[in-house]
Design a protein around this ligand. Structure first.
Ligand code: FES
Length: 369
């Protein structure tokens, strides 16, 4: 990709806070979380929204942690709405109630992405560390549907709940959901530490893939099912984030500007931070954003691969986490010399049975509202 072809991002993802009432074992946020005291202020988030709109971005995703832990969320949604940005709330739903949702809808919220760790409390609670979460999420779903907001249900899949997939899709169908994500956990941040406890077996994956294929046929035209498999069993890498610094810009709670949520693990890159850097400076001028954009950085055999402008070399954060080098091939790719090692690792860990889950731990400053 040449500079002349460089267009602004499509969307900005605002990680408003790392605080969260859940303590998910698969949490992809970094090991070192941003404390509440270091979060950007309301005025700073509004200024970021101004810049995003000015750059020509179309969408804003409010994420976290749990974005509803920020009391100023309605103000931020209203600001995005005034700027003409399409707003999506990525939430666990457990802090949602009728009054809060009414305020968010009034502020102009367009879409809610509601995540479930399954439908059985006995399975979901050990994964999320939150008691009664399924009932709360089902109540949140009622509210979102009653408010008539666009909605995506996100089922996070692990070894523990993979057997519930058919029940999850039946539930979504019965609720008249138009879009469902069946998202196998990806192993970043805290979740990487729990990989041996969470990763499903290939047999589980084959069953899920067959079920999704069957369900897609059955609900064609009524329900769209997005399906994300665990990378480790793939033969080709995913186009992570649609290509490094090509479509999305992430803002961490402290204003650090990143091309993806895990990029801060690439400590050889110096990522800019708002407000010292504008979003446009980060996107167009920052060496860290340019580092893996396009194809010029690619080693062999990526640079000669027919898929290079489809997968954009896969995931840089995964190359670092699994191969120890962000500049090398994503080991998920079957052309990587490390590929077999990764598949073998996944197979071995998936057979370990009941490995104790390490739930996320927060300091007091992290959980206070
Ligand atoms: Fe960072 Fe994939 S998560 S490039």
């Amino acid at each position: 990709m040449t500079d002349t072809a460089l267009t602004p991002p499509l969307a900005v993802l605002l990680e408003l806070t790392h605080r969260c009432p859940l303590r998910c074992a698969y949490c992809s946020n970094p090991l070192a979380l941003t404390p509440a005291s270091a979060e950007l202020s309301t005025a700073e988030w509004c200024a970021i929204l101004d810049e995003a709109a000015e750059m020509g971005m179309l969408q804003v995703h409010f994420s976290g942690g749990e974005p509803m832990a920020r009391a100023d969320l309605p103000e931020l949604v209203a600001h995005a709405s005034r700027l003409g940005l399409y707003s999506n709330l990525i939430t666990s739903g457990v802090l949602l109630n009728e009054a809060k949702l009414a305020v968010l809808a009034e502020a102009g919220l367009n879409h809610v992405q509601l995540s479930f760790q399954g439908l059985d409390e006995a399975v979901a609670e050990p994964l999320s560390g939150f008691k009664g979460g399924v009932a709360k999420k089902q109540a949140a779903l009622d509210l979102v549907q009653a408010a008539g907001l666009a909605l995506t249900l996100n089922f996070v899949i692990t070894r523990q709940n993979a057997h519930e997939l058919d029940a999850m899709l039946s539930y979504a169908e019965a609720r008249g959901i138009a879009r469902v994500e069946v998202a196998n956990t990806q192993y970043y941040g805290w979740g990487l530490q729990n990989r041996a406890a969470l990763i499903p077996s290939e047999a589980q994956l084959d069953t899920m893939t067959a079920l999704v294929t069957e369900w897609r046929e059955r609900v064609k035209g009524r329900m769209v099912i997005d399906y994300v498999i665990p990378d480790y069993y793939a033969r080709r890498p995913k186009a992570c984030m649609g290509g490094w610094a090509q479509r999305f810009l992430n803002v961490m709670p402290d204003g650090t500007l990143l091309p993806c949520h895990a990029a801060q693990t690439l400590t050889h890159l110096d990522f800019p931070r708002f407000p010292a850097s504008t979003l446009a400076e980060a996107w167009f001028d920052s060496p860290a954003f340019a580092a893996y954009r396009g194809t010029a950085w690619m080693p062999e055999p990526c640079s000669g691969c027919d898929n290079k402008e489809k997968d954009w070399g896969g995931c840089r954060c995964q190359a670092l986490a699994l191969a120890g080098d962000a500049n090398t091939l994503d080991p998920v790719c079957e052309r990587s010399p490390k590929h077999e090692q990764v598949v073998t690792l996944a197979r071995r860990e998936a057979q370990l049975g009941d490995v104790p889950l390490q739930l996320r731990r927060f300091s007091y400053a992290m959980t206070e509202a």
